[in-house]
Design a protein around this ligand. Structure first.
Ligand SMILES: Cc1cc2nc3c(=O)[nH]c(=O)nc-3n(C[C@H](O)[C@H](O)[C@H](O)COP(=O)(O)OP(=O)(O)OC[C@H]3O[C@@H](n4cnc5c(N)ncnc54)[C@H](O)[C@@H]3O)c2cc1C
Length: 464
C-alpha cells in the first residue's frame, strides 16, 4: 500500500515519549509523507491548571538519558527545568537509620511532576509549529488500530477514524496500539503485574526533609511500633487491621514552592486497610498527622488522597517494537514498561525517541528505519528492565552488601580503576549515557546474585 498524501504520522499518547517524538520529528523537517504530525491523548489537556494539592500524578526523576533527549530540542530543557527540582541525593530511611546515597552533585536529576512535564512539552510544541504541521487532540482515546487499512479509530468528540503513513504507539503500559501487534505472528509478548500498588499524597515539605534529596522510607510493622523500646521517630503507623507481615514504602519527592509529593506503596497481602478505609478528609488529616508526625496535611490534600484510586503498575516485554508491515512502532512504556526501582522508565523512553527519530531521518525506507530502531532499542530496553528488577536486593541479609558497596565506592573509586571497582549501577544509569547492556555486562556477577536472592526472598514473603 503506497503512502497516502496528508496521512502523515499519528502518535497515540501525549506522555513524555509521544510529545518528545513530535518535537524531534517536526524539528528534523521529516519527509513529506510523515507530515502532519497528529497527537491523540485520552486524558484532558495537562495545561489546564489544577487546584493546589489536587495533582494526582507522581514525580519522575529525569537523569542523564532523559535530559539528553530533551536537550536535543534547543531551549526545551530550560523550560522543563523551570517546573522541577534538581536533586543529587537519595536518602534511605529504615527505622531510625538513614543512609544517604550521594550522587555526583554536578549531575543532578530533575524531579518533575508528570503533568507539569507533559504541559511544558505541549506548550512548546504548539508555540513552535503551525496547525498544518501539528495537531494535538485531548480527551480522544484510541480504541483500535487496523494495520491493513492503516487507520486508527478514536472515541473523541471531533475525531473518528484517522489514516496514517506512520503509526506510533506511545500510549503507555496498557497500550491500545499494542493490542494489534499481539495478533501478529512472531511477536512475543508478556505482561506481568508489578507486586505493588500506590497512591500519591501532596503536602507542604517538612523542614526536616532537605529539598535536595529524595527520601525513601520503608516502614515495617516492627519499625513502626517499636525499635529498641522506642517508637520510630518518623512514622508510627499502627497497622492494626492489616496482615501480620506489613511493610509500606514512602518516597518523598520535593516539588517547587516548598511542596512534597509522597508516593505511598504497598505489596499484595500488606494493604494498609485502616488508612485506605478512611472516608473523611478531617479524619485522614488527623490520622496522618498522628502517625506521621512531621507531615502537615491540608484538608484539600487529604480529600484528593481519599478520592484517588490506588494504581498498580505493569511490566511489559515485547520481542520487537515494530510491526511486520513496517508502518507502526511502539515507544516508551507501551514497548517496555518496567519496575520504577531504578527510575529509568521515563529516561529509557526518551532514549527510544532519540533512536527512532535518528533512524527516521537517516533511513529513507520507513520499514528499514523501524527495523533499525527495534534492533538497537530492544537490546537496550530489555537490559534496562533487567537492571531495574535486579539492582536492588530484597532479601534483608543482602542489604548490608549493597550499602557497603554504595558507601565505599566513592572513596575507593578514586584509587582503584573502574576495571576493579566499577561505579555503582545507579550512578552509571543516572549520570552517564553508558548503554544499559554495557552496565549489565560490567555488573553481571552482582546482578546474578541479586536475581537469585530476590527470587528466594519473594518466595518467602514480604518481610524476609
Ligand atoms: C510511581 C512511579 C514512579 C516513577 N518514577 C520514575 C522516575 O523517577 N524516573 C523515570 O525515568 N521513570 C519513572 N517512572 C516511569 C515513568 O513514569 C514512565 O516510564 C514514563 O511515564 C513513560 O512515558 P510514556 O510516554 O511512554 O508513557 P506514559 O507516561 O504512560 O504516557 C502515555 C500516555 O498515553 C495516554 N494513553 C493511554 N492509553 C491511550 C489511548 N488508548 N489513547 C490515547 N491516549 C492514551 C495516557 O493517558 C498517557 O498520557 C515511574 C513510574 C511510576 C509508576
Amino acid at each position: 500500500m503506497a503512502e497516502v498524501a496528508g496521512a502523515g504520522t499519528v502518535i497515540v499518547g501525549a506522555g513524555p515519549a509521544g510529545l518528545l517524538l513530535a518535537h524531534l520529528l517536526l524539528q528534523a523537517q521529516p519527509k513529506p509523507h510523515l507530515l502532519p504530525v497528529r497527537v491523540f491523548e485520552a486524558r484532558n489537556d495537562p495545561r489546564t491548571p489544577l487546584p493546589q494539592y489536587k495533582e494526582r500524578q507522581y514525580c519522575v526523576g529525569l537523569s542523564a538519558r532523559g535530559q539528553d533527549g530533551i536537550k536535543r530540542v534547543p531551549g526545551l530543557w530550560e523550560e522543563v527545568e523551570k517546573r522541577g527540582m534538581p536533586s543529587s541525593q537519595f536518602v534511605l530511611h529504615s527505622g531510625k537509620r538513614a543512609i544517604a546515597l550521594k550522587r555526583n552533585p554536578g549531575k543532578p536529576s530533575l524531579l518533575i511532576n508528570q503533568r507539569a512535564l507533559a504541559a511544558t512539552l505541549v506548550t512548546e510544541l504548539v508555540n513552535r509549529y503551525p496547525k498544518d504541521h501539528l495537531e494535538v487532540h485531548f480527551d480522544t482515546p484510541c480504541e483500535r488500530v487496523d494495520f491493513k487499512t492503516r487507520t486508527a479509530s478514536f472515541n473523541g468528540k471531533s475525531v473518528d477514524s484517522v489514516p496514517y503513513n506512520l503509526l506510533v504507539g506511545a500510549d503507555g503500559a496498557r497500550s491500545a496500539v499494542r493490542n494489534e501487534f499481539i495478533t501478529q505472528r512472531g511477536f512475543d509478548y508478556q505482561q506481568t503485574n508489578m507486586p505493588y500498588t500506590f497512591k500519591v499524597l501532596y503536602v507542604p515539605r517538612p523542614a526536616e526533609l532537605s529539598e535536595e534529596a529524595v527520601h525513601a522510607f520503608r516502614v515495617t510493622k516492627e519499625d513502626a511500633i517499636e525499635e529498641n523500646g522506642k517508637q520510630s521517630s518518623w512514622f508510627k503507623l499502627p497497622f492494626s487491621g492489616t496482615a501480620e507481615k506489613t511493610s509500606l514504602r514512602f518516597s518523598c519527592f520535593p516539588t517547587p514552592g516548598n511542596g512534597m509529593s509522597v508516593l505511598i506503596e504497598w505489596s499484595p497481602g500488606t494493604t494498609p486497610v485502616e488508612l485506605l478505609s478512611i472516608k473523611s478528609a478531617e479524619e485522614l488529616k488527623a490520622y496522618m498527622e498522628k502517625y506521621m508526625p512531621p507531615l502537615k496535611v491540608p484538608l484539600e490534600a487529604a480529600e484528593a488522597f481519599i478520592n484517588q484510586r490506588p494504581t498498580s503498575s505493569m511490566k511489559v516485554f515485547c520481542s520487537r517494537f515494530h510491526d511486520a508491515g513496517g508502518k507502526a512502532v511502539l515507544i516508551g512504556d507501551a514497548a517496555h514498561a518496567m519496575s520504577n526501582a531504578l527510575g529509568q522508565g521515563c529516561n529509557s523512553s526518551l532514549q527510544d525517541v532519540v533512536t527512532l527519530s535518528q533512524s527516521l531521518c537517516e533511513e529513507d525506507d520507513l520499514t528499514k528505519a523501524l527495523e533499525r530502531y527495534t534492533k538497537k532499542q530492544t537490546q537496550e530496553d530489555h537490559a534496562a528492565s533487567y537492571l531495574s528488577e535486579f539492582s536492588f536486593p530484597q532479601a534483608k541479609w543482602v542489604l548490608p552488601f549493597f550499602y557497603l558497596g554504595n558507601i565505599a565506592q566513592p572513596a575507593l573509586g578514586k584509587v582503584l580503576p573502574p576495571s576493579i571497582l566499577a561505579p555503582p549501577i545507579q550512578s552509571l544509569c543516572s549520570e552517564t549515557l553508558t548503554p544499559y547492556s554495557e552496565i549489565v555486562r560490567i555488573h553481571k556477577r552482582w546482578l546474578s546474585f541479586v536475581e537469585i536472592t530476590n527470587k528466594m526472598a519473594a518466595s518467602k514473603g514480604p518481610s524476609s
